[in-house]
Write a protein that binds this ligand. Structure first.
Ligand code: SAM
Length: 445
């Protein structure tokens, strides 16, 4: 068993009181594992019917399920490639349940990589509204982008900005805001015993300072009436209740939202919940606040202009997309250099903000020839495309495709979406009965 630091044990005894022995006992057991279903691609019922293993419902999120710890290599399963689910520690999904995302809302996920909670938010939005996912560490923002593409998120923005810069620029814009803050990771002790050796009281206290500073920056991004959820995967009072109380003292424009979730354990704050292995999750804390007034509710112009100037590159892009899609009439095409993008309906004016991606990268003109991007295909359902190669688990071409091999394709020639059980996973180019594989090298099995 992992030897826990004495001062950590003392704090846990204060938090858990009579339940503390149950917590210590959990260290002899396996960590919980889970998945969250991506409704942009499938439904829980359909996914459960396709998965080759049993799952059981988790209490933390409407589309969250436990999977057995013996399931290895799940990231290589075709359903994972297809974006049908995100592998997520079950209690980590609780924060988005508190956020209670509704269709049409504008949601900011401020500390978003690798993207589990963004995937949930996008699933709840169902393609409507806007999700803006930010990750300050550039290398992690690339992982976030890759997960955006796998999940098929078209109505989103990915950025890598300092919270204070982003939240000031988009002051008063968002209906909902998630701060899933970097923390001392006490809830990861069972999953990752190395986290125990990295733990110290000093680290807990320095995390608390950083968390308060991120929340301070975040506060301006919400409009009045907007909801802020703060979460961590740690148990400490200082990083959780302590941060919330200090934040509320500095920000009278926020109030606690009383919550009554069917999971976790109550905390001393009516707006917060704590989940430990005793409540069947590895460890999370989430608190819900509302912004009651704001002095910066912004008026944001929408980027879309109906009378956009259609220059020759725009017309070529439109023609190329008409070759791939059944209907491109509603698309908001945008050209930047040689690259072509499809922008979300609700995108605000982002001039002057350096984002990594807004909407969907549709492709690129290289030496005058249009090369479609992988993300153009994963962002849409099979029925959007003119040509689709439909595969299932019993078709050997599924593994051939995921390995990057050329395979048979009896459809008409041209760019063809490759769909696994009704979920577009990528594309290829069909020619003379063969499909030239365009699945990105870095994603192949
Ligand atoms: N929400 C993510 C998910 O569900 O996949 C996990 C986020 S993780 C707990 C916290 C993130 O905050 C990390 O990706 C980390 O790089 C980022 N971070 C680190 N320092 C930060 C800072 N000063 N401001 C904002 N984010 C920071």
């Amino acid at each position: 068993m992992t030897e826990l630091p004495e001062s950590f044990k003392e704090e846990m005894k204060t938090i858990l009181k009579n339940d503390y022995p149950l917590y210590e006992k959990c260290f002899g057991e396996d960590a919980f594992r889970g998945i969250s279903v991506n409704r942009l691609k499938t439904t829980p019922e359909k996914l459960i019917g396709l998965l080759p293993f049993e799952v059981s419902k988790s209490p933390f999120y409407r589309d969250g399920y436990y999977i057995s710890c013996t399931e290895q290599g799940i990231g290589k399963h075709p359903l994972h490639h297809a974006g049908a689910f995100y592998v997520q520690e079950p209690s980590a999904s609780s924060a988005v349940s508190l956020l209670d995302v509704q269709e049409g809302e504008r949601v900011l996920d401020l500390c978003a990589a690798p993207g589990g909670k963004s995937a949930q938010i996008a699933s709840c939005l169902g393609g409507s509204g806007l999700i803006w996912s930010n990750e300050v560490v550039k290398s992690r923002a690339q992982i976030l982008l890759s997960n955006f593409e796998r999940m098929g998120i078209a109505n989103g923005v990915v950025s890598s900005l300092y919270p204070e810069v982003l939240c000031k620029r988009l002051g008063g814009y968002f209906d909902k805001l998630l701060v899933d803050a970097p923390c001392s990771g006490e809830g990861m002790f069972r999953k990752n015993p190395d986290a125990v050796s990295e733990w110290s009281r000093e680290h807990v206290l320095s995390c608390a300072e950083r968390q308060l500073s991120i929340l301070d920056s975040a506060s301006s991004a919400l409009k009045s009436g907007g909801v802020l959820v703060y979460s961590t995967c740690t148990f400490s009072y200082e990083e959780n209740e302590g941060v919330i109380l200090r934040f509320l003292e500095k920000h009278p424009e926020f109030e606690m939202c009383e919550i009554n979730e069917p999971f976790g354990r109550k905390t001393e704050l009516p707006c917060a919940v704590r989940i430990t292995p005793i409540e069947n999750g590895e460890g999370h804390f989430a608190a819900k606040l509302r912004k009651i007034y704001s002095d910066n509710d912004g008026v944001f112009s929408c980027r879309r202009t109906e009378n956009i100037k259609k220059d020759s590159i725009y017309i070529s892009a439109e023609r190329e997309l008409e070759e791939i899609f059944r209907d491109v009439s509603g698309a908001d095409i945008s050209i930047k250099g040689d690259k072509v993008y499809l922008l979300p309906d609700m995108l605000p004016d982002i001039s002057g903000i350096n984002v990594i991606r807004a909407g969907v990268l549709a492709g690129e003109f290289k030496k005058g020839r249009f090369e479609p991007a992988h993300s153009l295909f994963t962002a849409f359902r099979p029925d959007a495309f003119r040509r689709v190669l439909e595969l299932d688990i019993n078709d050997r071409r599924t593994e051939e495709y995921l390995h990057g091999m050329e395979t048979e394709c009896d459809g008409e020639n041209g760019y063809t979406a490759v769909s696994f059980c009704g979920m577009v996973t990528g594309f290829g180019k069909c020619s003379g009965g063969r499909l030239k594989n365009k699945y990105p090298k870095g994603l192949r099995n």
